[in-house]
Design a protein around this ligand. Structure first.
Ligand SMILES: NC(=O)c1ccc[n+]([C@@H]2O[C@H](COP(=O)([O-])OP(=O)(O)OC[C@H]3O[C@@H](n4cnc5c(N)ncnc54)[C@H](OP(=O)(O)O)[C@@H]3O)[C@@H](O)[C@H]2O)c1
Length: 304
């Protein structure tokens, strides 16, 4: 099978096509013929070596957490699934391996793709969607009318945080770029501000849900209630100096039941998940460059 792997840390050019044997199913696993793999910001940071001390790559490493495709083979003992079914999944955080024509996934982690969703949209859900929803539902747990700042609110993580917060009746202040203001309102923002260009003079935030990090977010975090809390998924840290609460770093975890719920919500049109570009597997370096540049307005996906 064709895969994209890297043998060293470095720039996008370290990603290259390679041939590997198609993996044989093992007890309890399902083999997926991959049709789409998401390119997440974490993939580019892993490739650069940013997480070498906590999550080193196992060279030759096939990157990628999120896959969507068709069930190709069932391992011994697997029931309740049929070859040919359209499915998606989030892969093991330490193994990865989505940039490949075939992957093995434990049957318990496979989620059916709703009929209304194509492979690209389904594959755009797991990492971004679970992170955003978990920041709201498992960490902050805001109540209706709590004032919550969400930064990068139209991004992959941010839009799912918006969805989960909006459903709870939260008073959302979305901090985004100027060209994202309308989209943030459409996603449920009660108020908006341009991150880095506008300050905040309204009532203090109960929670900050951050997907951007850095100085501009630290400035906004000074408007936190004394009983408030700051949750961040961003790799650019928020300097805690002079803040009343130390930012808590959130790490996403897999949750197939929640993926089922989120894919149903996306299929029902409850939140848009835009795809910026689908690129063929051999253009993985170009896909990484796009993610690193930002400004894409949606997910970058590898189509296989
Ligand atoms: N800890 C975890 O478990 C976990 C899980 C998933 C993601 N993450 C991290 O969370 C962050 C967001 O991921 P994502 O997938 O949501 O990325 P994304 O889809 O690129 O979304 C990021 C959003 O933030 C905006 N943004 C970036 N810098 C900004 C700035 N200075 N001012 C205003 N807006 C800014 C981006 O706008 P532009 O596109 O215009 O730049 C984009 O709308 C990344 O650092 C990622 O590595 C962490």
């Amino acid at each position: 099978m064709r895969v994209v792997e890297c043998n060293e840390y470095g720039g996008p050019e370290v990603l290259h096509l390679a041939e590997r044997p198609i993996p044989a199913t093992t007890p309890g696993t399902i083999r997926i013929r991959v049709h789409a793999a998401a390119v997440n910001p974490a993939d580019t940071k892993l490739r650069q070596g940013m997480f070498d001390s906590v999550a080193p790559l196992n060279f030759p490493q096939i990157l990628g957490y999120d896959v969507a495709g068709i069930i190709d083979d069932l391992g011994p003992g697997v029931t309740g699934f049929s070859p040919g079914a359209r499915v998606f999944a989030m892969l093991d955080m330490l193994q990865r391996g989505a940039y490949a024509e075939y992957v093995l996934v434990p049957a318990a982690e496979i989620v059916p793709i709703p009929d209304a969703l194509d492979f690209a949209t389904a594959v755009a859900i797991p990492t971004g969607g679970l992170t955003g929803v978990q920041m709201i539902e498992e960490y902050a747990k805001p109540q209706a009318n709590d004032i919550v700042l969400i930064t990068g609110a139209t991004g992959s993580v941010g839009r799912f945080a918006m969805y989960a917060a909006h459903r709870r009746g939260v008073h959302i202040v979305a901090a985004v770029r100027e060209n994202q203001l309308d989209e943030a309102r459409a996603l449920g923002a009660t108020e908006t501000l341009i991150l880095g260009a506008e300050g905040w003079s309204g009532a203090d935030f109960k929670y900050v849900i951050d997907t951007v990090g850095g100085r501009a977010v630290a400035d906004l975090c000074r408007h936190l209630r004394p009983d408030g809390a700051i949750f961040t998924a961003a790799t650019t840290p928020i300097d805690p100096q002079d803040l009343t609460s130390t930012p808590v770093f959130v790490v996403v975890h897999n949750d197939p039941a929640k993926l089922r719920e989120l894919s149903a919500a996306v299929a029902a049109g409850l939140l848009p998940v835009p795809i910026a570009q689908s690129l063929p597997l051999d253009q993985a370096p170009a896909a990484h460059r796009l993610v690193e540049q930002g400004g894409n307005g949606g997910k970058i996906v590898l189509a296989l």
